[in-house]
Design a protein around this ligand. Structure first.
Ligand code: GLC
Length: 538
């Protein structure tokens, strides 16, 4: 493998309190990134060993999915202790080493906080069940049954079935859970819960976290009257839980104005240490999204998740990007996929077509306001994993095999063409996926200058090399169905997501700064499904 050539410890584009605006992030799905101790599951020492790899790729921020103490029923998103590391992923000392190495390399770290729910194994929930009159009862959402004895309202869980389960303590009440029954929702109307989380933020910021990804940020506050959600589509037997969930308008259990107000308290809690708050926000209402990231008072930014969910639909993609750019106060974090979604290359048509489209939209994202994130393996052009064993994702495992599963995005990172793609020295990885061919491994791609990895490295490096891309005023010069042309300072960015070549006279005399596909610009014409960044001569 080629020696490291480009480890920048100084990142001038990340200076000042608004440093995150120009940053490129990378999501590490901890279970599948790198296994340091050879037990088949990714861990913190594994990540530490690979930080130079991420620095070499040009990444600024590493977001690590939850590694806290957890029964692991939703692979870490069911937290039993927010201030300790699960033995499966290492120890607090391992975290400290990771943070020190990140510091040495100039990388920043985002910890993934899960505040919508805890694990049912968390001490708070155990106490809440054991003592219905005690102080922890009100940490969770309890309601009496409906008159027929059933759940208190029609809310459904993202993972199938009602969002309510009977109190195991026998009180006769139900508790609310928007995910698994083992993930009881916290009661954010109780100010004690904010106090607890303020301490959790301080704990990790003191230990080197620069910011937080806030899981299900759009879900924290619920309607105090627990009103039924309107239903706009029938629910039929055998439907995928995601489709059942989408049959309702989630106006009472998610996306509440109260959550925007609450985020001001989060901001106050984060301010002393300057932590950046980045919400996972599946909020399609752009006005509400903007409220969640209201400039300077609520969260710094939120993920625009929908571009990672749909299929290739250029007009819709451009509409969405422009709408969020215009209305979200610069508080966007752009991504084309994450650990909950099919991989972009597969979703956008597979093979070279899927890769070309993924690169075109990713390059365009780097020229929009806000952060830009790469999901692990995207830099290699990975397609969805081929699953060999049983399903691990609880969303599908609990609703019957054969349903679409998030496992396709969670296969081990292919480091080498050795056994288990060099992810682990164990005889098996925690998830059973088909080995990836040598040409999709880090080992081969780092050695080939014409590889996807090198193309990503150029893409990732754009923001530091050309700060005008995110600092200069955003000027939409033209929009023509599937193509947009922007100006940012002396840079012209043309994103042609359509199937025909488009003439962009503004690029005629421009010098090429970046092309998402080879020779995408010829005589002022931008090739189909390509993004070009050029520098104006005048
Ligand atoms: C978020 C996470 C997902 C998890 C869910 C419940 O959407 O990204 O992986 O299952 O929250 O915590």
């Amino acid at each position: 493998m080629q020696a490291l050539t480009h480890v920048d410890t100084v990142r001038p584009h990340l200076e000042g309190p608004d440093w995150w605006r120009g940053a490129v992030g990378y999501e590490v799905y901890v279970r599948s990134f790198a296994d340091g101790n050879g037990d088949g599951v990714g861990d913190l020492p594994g990540i530490t060993a690979k930080l130079p790899y991420l620095a070499d790729l040009g990444i600024d921020v590493v977001w690590i999915t939850p590694f806290f103490r957890s029964p692991g029923l939703d692979h870490g998103y069911d937290v039993a202790d927010y201030c300790d590391v699960d033995p499966l992923h290492g120890t607090l000392a391992d975290w400290d080493e990771l943070a020190a190495e990140a510091r040495r390399l100039g990388l920043r770290l985002f910890v993934d906080i899960v505040p919508n729910h805890s694990s049912s194994e968390h001490e708070w929930f155990k106490q809440a069940v054991a003592d219905p009159t005690g102080p922890y009862r009100d940490y969770y959402l309890w309601r009496d049954p409906a008159p027929d004895g059933g759940p208190p309202n029609n809310w459904v869980s993202h993972f199938g079935g009602p969002a309510w389960t009977l109190d195991p303590g026998g009180s006769g009440q139900y508790y609310c859970h928007l995910f698994l029954p083992e993930q009881p929702d916290l009661n954010w109307a109780n100010p004690r819960v904010m106090e607890e989380f303020a301490e959790i933020l301080h704990f990790w910021a003191d230990r080197g976290a620069d910011g937080f990804r806030i899981d299900v940020a759009h879900g924290l506050c619920k309607d105090p009257a627990f009103t039924d959600n309107p239903q706009h589509r029938p629910v039929t037997p055998g439907m995928h839980p995601m489709d059942v969930f989408a049959a309702f308008d989630h106006i009472h259990d998610l996306h509440r104005h109260e959550t925007a107000v609450l985020f001001r308290q989060w901001r106050t809690a984060a301010s002393p240490q300057g932590s950046v708050l980045l919400g996972e926000m599946d909020t399609r209402n752009v006005e509400r999204f903007a409220e969640f990231v209201a400039d300077g008072t609520a969260l710094h930014a939120g993920f625009v998740l929908q571009l990672g969910l749909g299929e290739w639909a250029p007009e819709h993609i451009l509409d969405t990007m422009l709408e969020y750019q215009e209305k979200a106060n610069g508080g966007c974090a752009w991504e084309v996929s994450n650990h909950d979604q099919a991989r972009a290359v597969s979703r956008f048509g597979g093979g070279e077509v899927g890769l070309r489209r993924t690169m075109a939209i990713s390059a365009l994202m780097t020229a929009f306001d806000g952060m830009f994130f790469v999901y692990q393996g995207e830099e290699l052009g990975l397609p969805d994993a081929v699953l060999l064993g049983h399903v691990e994702d609880p969303m599908s495992a609990r609703n019957g095999e054969g349903m679409w599963t998030r496992d396709v995005a969670r296969g081990p990172m292919p480091w080498t063409s050795g056994p288990l793609n060099g992810f682990t020295t164990a005889p098996a990885a925690w998830i059973d996926t088909a080995a990836l061919p040598p040409e999709l491994t880090v080992e081969q791609q780092r050695d080939r200058v014409d590889s996807t990895w090198h193309a990503y490295r150029r893409l990732v490096g754009l923001r530091s090399a050309e700060p005008a891309l995110w600092q200069a005023p955003f000027e939409l010069m033209r929009r023509d169905n599937n193509c947009i042309v922007l100006r940012r300072g002396d840079l012209i960015v043309a994103g042609n997501l359509g199937v025909s070549a488009v003439e962009v006279p503004e690029l005629l005399d421009a010098s090429i700064v970046y092309e998402s596909t080879a020779s995408a610009l010829r005589d002022g014409v931008v090739a189909p499904e390509s993004t070009v960044v050029g520098r104006c001569a005048h």
